[in-house]
Design a protein around this ligand. Structure first.
Ligand code: NAP
Length: 311
């Protein structure tokens, strides 16, 4: 058996195609486009790629995106001042501060910054007010990655209500909101983490297994009930040949990519899982593109909410 691949690119394109006319309609009504302020601190190359992808995608659907690039030496006060300016801006409906922040800003910086974003402009849903709303199932926006996964499951006709769902990972950004969104759609949800005992046995109970761990190819066939839907959130770049050779058989696509580029991106799910799972998200091309599509959808939603309150 070989798993059906859940095509995140196709679903992301569908979502963008739905957002574009709504964005045009908003612009016509409001006399300005929905606006997203993005803040990037430092020069992390991966963050730079993500942020440029977000700005480009926004332009393509008619959402205004302004990128504020701040040097790595920016202080927390300077960063908070930028957030404050965006909070008060009339043309920005949504604010995104790209994570991770440079470690020089200190351990507590991210929380301080996310807490400082106005809840109604908090497009990622990280502010405690929005986390509370999510817990109570009355969130306007929820973090892009988990809400994109829900869109992918629903549009792929994967039943969620009544399903056993296991989420490996309990981060505030992915694991916890993922578990809540599944719960609110009536899945029976288990959250696992690094202290979970006999993780493969717990994971094997899942009809829907979400891996958000950050460990390359960690989820092997031993974790997967035959026919289960497996969602691979992990993005792990590998440049070490022996690790790549352990994960990808000779002739496999990932191995070819490594030979050509000297590195390859692998998810948290081992390629062998395709032989057991019923449906599987590929990496790349699975969850990643959905995160950006949901950012655009959430920006528009934030803009409409603000305009609704003003009008
Ligand atoms: P994170 O904050 O590092 O959280 C990782 C979680 O995995 C933690 O809860 C941790 O448990 C758990 N974990 C680590 N080792 C484990 C083990 N051996 N057994 C069981 N659980 C283990 O990571 P994150 O931000 O959630 O991201 C997870 C992955 O998704 C990363 O690869 C990231 O790059 C990727 N990601 C992708 C997208 C996308 O758009 N596709 C978006 C966001 C993140 P503890 O809590 O016990 O430490």
């Amino acid at each position: 058996m070989s798993a059906t691949l859940l095509d995140g690119v196709a679903v992301a394109n569908q979502i963008r195609a739905e957002v574009a006319p709504l964005a045009a309609e908003f612009t016509r009504r409001a006399g300005r486009p929905a606006g997203l302020g993005i803040v990037l601190v430092g020069d992390d190359p991966a963050s730079d790629i993500y942020v440029r992808g977000k700005v480009k995608a926004a332009g393509e659907v008619g959402v205004r995106a302004d990128l504020e690039r701040l040097p790595a030496a920016t202080t927390l006060d300077e960063l908070l001042a930028v957030v404050d300016r965006l909070n008060r801006s009339e043309v920005h409906d949504a604010i995104l501060v790209q994570s991770p922040l440079p470690s020089a800003l200190g351990d507590a910086a991210e929380r301080r910054v996310f807490d400082a974003i106005r809840p109604d402009k908090d497009v990622d849903g990280f502010h405690p007010v929005n986390v509370g709303r999510l817990v109570q199932n009355r969130a306007t926006v929820a973090s892009g990655t988990p809400s994109g996964i829900i869109e992918l499951l629903e549009r792929s006709n994967i039943p969620i209500a009544g399903a056993r769902a296991v989420v490996i990972g309990r981060s505030d950004i992915v694991g916890k909101p993922m578990a809540l969104l599944l719960l609110h759609r009536n899945a029976t949800v288990t959250i696992c983490h690094s202290r979970t005992q006999d993780l493969p046995a717990v994971a094997r109970e899942a009809d829907i297994l979400v891996a958000a761990i950050g460990r390359p190819a960690f989820v092997t066939r031993a974790f997967v009930k035959p026919g289960a839907t497996v969602v691979d959130v992990g993005i792990n770049r590998l440049s070490d040949r022996s690790t790549v050779e352990k994960i990808f058989a000779s002739g496999a696509k990932g191995r070819d990519t490594f030979e050509r580029r000297g590195s390859v991106v692998v998810g948290d799910v081992h390629p062998e899982v395709a032989e057991v799972a019923g449906a599987l998200t590929p990496v790349p091309g699975g969850v990643g593109p959905l995160t950006i599509a949901m950012l655009l959808k959430n920006t528009l939603r934030a803009a409409e909410e603000r305009a609704g309150r003003a009008g």
